[in-house]
Design a protein around this ligand. Structure first.
Ligand SMILES: Cc1cc2nc3c(=O)[nH]c(=O)nc-3n(C[C@H](O)[C@H](O)[C@H](O)COP(=O)(O)OP(=O)(O)OC[C@H]3O[C@@H](n4cnc5c(N)ncnc54)[C@H](O)[C@@H]3O)c2cc1C
Length: 433
């Protein structure tokens, strides 16, 4: 295992998400050794996860092997390992197999996961959408629900199987609700004989007063109306107080549903605990203006794991462009330091806008003075996402899948993967492509 030595400066980056990749890319041609560690062997484009859950895209269209991405970078070593802690005294990262990796500079970009507001027991009934495994599990549950409804003779059971509840009215909840409604009412409309997929109920539940709270109120209203036109029932100001295998309790009333998806809370990775650093309520490390950890100029935390204050006192939002900008900033800062230059320029976040898609030809965009909705916003959303995908092959593949889906409503990833033949609606395996 690599150790710090008296040779080149060694930067260890933990997490090959949006932030981590941009740190490593920032060291292209630099006179440093870089080790990137991730518990998975791939980089994941999370913004399109809901399309895997909704059977529009396959897993390999939105993920890339990390080792492949850095195959031509001789100064970069890729390690697949779960980081379990950091010994800040001896400057070692602690891995799951008991080994350690020494660093001169450490960048933690380990992202976030879902939070159940103290109700972790809800997770098996209401999986969140954060990983490819989550997306494949949710897709398997959605498709299996239709299959089970087709062979059920019990009307109440059928109704519960054809009811899909999404908890959380942020972009992920809105996108999931729209895609499940379209899957049921369009893609699957003519494929069953005993049930009518168009009679499916999709219920989007939000505890707050409106959908997409980071968008202006007019776009939130538009989103609600657009979803309702797609047949989604939107429940606002409706807190969920229980989740079980039978459904949810919402606003005090039971709602029977066999498929529930969690798109509500977010909790940062445990980096603050590893460092014994101060964190906010979501577990994000309270970083200095240069993204370093107080008392540790050699450790940086970026992306969804960092609470980085802006001049107005708010924190930088947990979105991909913010993580990427922080990654680029930190790589530049480290390079300048190594050249002996003083760096007193703090990280400045440039907000490029908020985008969310609702359904086919329906999206909302808020770019400050430019606010768009409907088909034009949807095309911009599509082009932006294709632009940010890595590599020509994936761009073409995703574009083709979308054209197919848009023109004939076909979804190519409508596969239910089971680990064993007798498995019921349990976690799905990932499909090969
Ligand atoms: C469903 C969904 C939809 C989204 N849609 C959008 C969108 O439309 N637009 C947008 O801008 N943002 C969107 N986001 C948010 C965006 O994806 C995140 O803000 C962004 O990924 C944060 O980047 P990051 O580098 O901090 O973390 P991530 O991209 O999450 O990367 C973290 C990496 O760290 C690794 N890791 C974590 N813990 C460990 C460990 N202990 N050891 C080793 N490796 C570890 C993980 O495997 C992962 O590869 C979405 C997020 C989700 C979940």
């Amino acid at each position: 295992m690599k150790k710090t030595s008296d040779k080149r400066h060694h930067v260890v980056v933990v997490g090959a998400g949006f932030g981590g990749l941009d740190v490593v890319n920032g060291f292209s041609g630099a006179d440093v050794d870089v080790t990137i560690i991730d518990r998975r062997n791939y980089h994941l484009f999370q913004p399109l996860l809901y399309q895997v859950a909704g059977a529009s895209l396959s897993t390999s269209e939105i993920a890339w092997p990390i080792r492949y991405l850095f195959r031509n970078r001789q100064n970069v070593q890729t390690l697949m390992a779960e980081v379990q802690g950091v010994d800040v005294g001896s400057r070692q990262v602690l891995l799951d197999n008991g080994s350690t990796v020494g660093y001169d500079t450490l960048v933690l970009a380990t992202g976030a996961t879902h939070a159940y507001f103290g109700h972790d027991e809800w997770e098996p009934h209401a999986p969140g959408l954060k990983t490819l495994e989550d997306a494949a599990t949710i897709r398997g549950r959605i498709l299996s629900a239709f299959e089970e409804a087709e062979r059920s003779n019990n009307p109440a059971e059928r109704a519960a199987l054809q009811t899909f509840v999404i908890i959380g009215g942020g972009p992920t909840g809105v996108e999931l609700a729209g895609t499940i409604a379209e899957l049921a009412k369009d893609t699957l409309a003519h494929d069953f004989r005993s049930i009518d997929p168009r009679a499916t109920r999709v219920v989007l539940i939000e505890a707050g007063p409106r959908l997409l709270p980071v968008f202006p109120e007019k776009l939130s209203d538009y989103t609600r109306r657009a979803l309702e036109k797609l047949g989604v029932e939107v429940a606002l100001g409706a807190p969920v107080t229980d989740c079980s295998a039978d459904g949810v309790i919402v606003a005090g009333k039971p709602l029977p549903a066999k498929t529930i998806v969690w798109a509500a809370g977010v909790q940062a990775s445990p980096a603050a605990r590893w460092l014994n650093a101060e964190a906010d309520r979501a577990g994000r490390v309270l970083v200095r203006p240069d993204m370093s950890v107080p008392g540790h100029p050699e450790i940086f935390v970026i992306g969804d794991t960092a609470a980085s204050a802006m001049p107005d006192g708010k924190y930088v939002p947990g979105i991909a462009p913010a993580a990427k900008q922080q990654g680029q900033y930190v790589a530049n800062l480290i390079k300048k330091r190594l050249k002996g230059k003083s760096v007193d320029e703090p990280f400045k976040y440039k907000h490029q806008g908020n985008l969310a898609t609702i359904g086919r030809s329906l999206a909302v965009i808020d770019m400050g003075r430019l606010k768009l909705r409907g088909a034009l916003a949807w095309w911009i959303w599509k082009l932006a996402h294709i632009y940010f995908l890595i590599g020509v092959r994936n761009r073409l593949s995703v574009a083709l899948s979308w054209v197919w889906n848009h023109s004939v409503g076909y979804r190519g990833s409508r596969l239910i993967m089971r680990s064993t033949p007798q498995a019921k609606r349990g976690p799905a395996e990932l499909e090969p492509k």
